[in-house]
Design a protein. Structure first.
Length: 304
């Protein structure tokens, strides 16, 4: 794959050992973002939420990463699926809702209906086919470990791909029995690279400025901060070059009460302050360490 010139320039500057001077296109151009979607965002693993999000049969929720969308749905306690959120007919989203409960998935565009395991459900669609096995929504590899729902968007097939290994580090076994105490989405008008560096350098935001005891990173777009038996999951959700969201999911001990908003949110304040810095120096905020992480992920794709 031929990478955009603005990405290749980063590799040349790193190799030369001098100053990193990114072009504006690195933060604004869709070809750059498309390369990042394909070769960074899809890398394993992505921690999307806590298992309690899928507590009952038929529960589902959606997670979007750039142009890609995945539906996590519980068919039964031992059958939870991560499905590509794109109808087989015309590619329209099967699931538009953020979350809910249903007994089937339904594409509103042309009315194609799917069972919760992704099988095409309506027998009148493609009745000419005796082998309908390929008419099912593709599955991503997924697993639930220590209460975390983990998705590998690099592995997809008609049948659920076997999940590869995942390093859980300091994530405690007790997290599986924990309770989500709050879940909030934040939006920024920044490129995802600015948001990632900011959040990865500031996990204390989840604990009112108190440093976490441990931080465990899952792939390029999610990390968990741990402190005094509590966990906070940051899940980055890039939407397009100039807009990035993230979710912060706080998980407490079993029976922990839900957290309610009380006054100004310090994370909103921190985002506003950093947003001013991004606006003032959009090409100069990322440090060399970020680019030393970023370039190898894309340069490997260039040789494939």
């Amino acid at each position: 794959m031929e990478l955009p010139d603005s990405i290749k320039a980063i590799g040349e500057q790193l190799e030369a050992g001098g100053e990193i001077a990114p072009a504006p296109e690195l933060f604004e151009a869709y070809p750059v973002f498309a390369a990042e979607v394909a070769h960074i965002f899809a890398r394993p693993w992505l921690a999307v939420d806590h298992a309690s999000r899928l507590a009952a049969d038929g529960d589902f929720f959606r997670a979007d990463i750039g142009s890609r969308s995945v539906v996590l749905v519980r068919e039964a306690e031992d059958r939870i699926h991560a499905l590509r959120n794109a109808c087989l007919h015309a590619g329209y989203r099967v699931c538009e809702e953020e979350s809910g409960r249903a007994d089937h998935l339904f594409c509103q565009y042309h009315g194609w209906s799917y069972a919760l395991d992704g099988r095409l459900a309506d027998p009148y669609l493609r009745p000419d086919l005796t082998d309908r096995s390929r008419f099912r929504l593709p599955h991503y590899a997924m697993q639930i470990s220590r209460g975390l729902i983990l998705v590998d968007m690099s592995a997809v097939s008609p049948e659920p791909p076997p999940p590869g290994p995942v390093e859980l580090g300091a994530i405690p076994e007790t997290l599986a029995e924990g309770a989500v105490t709050s879940r909030k989405r934040y939006s920024t008008t920044w490129n995802w690279k600015h948001l990632r560096q900011f959040l990865w350098a500031s996990p204390e935001l989840a604990f009112a400025g108190e440093d976490p005891d441990e931080v465990v990173e899952f792939g390029p777009l999610s990390l968990i901060a741990l402190r005094n038996g509590e966990a906070a999951l940051f899940r980055l959700a890039p939407r397009f070059p100039g807009h990035s969201d993230f979710e912060l999911i706080r998980i407490g001990a079993p029976g922990a009460p839900a957290q309610t908003a009380n006054g100004a949110d310090p994370i909103d304040d921190a985002l506003r302050r950093h947003g001013d810095r991004v606006a003032g120096a959009p090409l100069g905020l990322l440090d060399r360490q970020f680019y030393e992480w970023y370039w190898p992920l894309l340069s490997a794709a260039q040789t494939q």
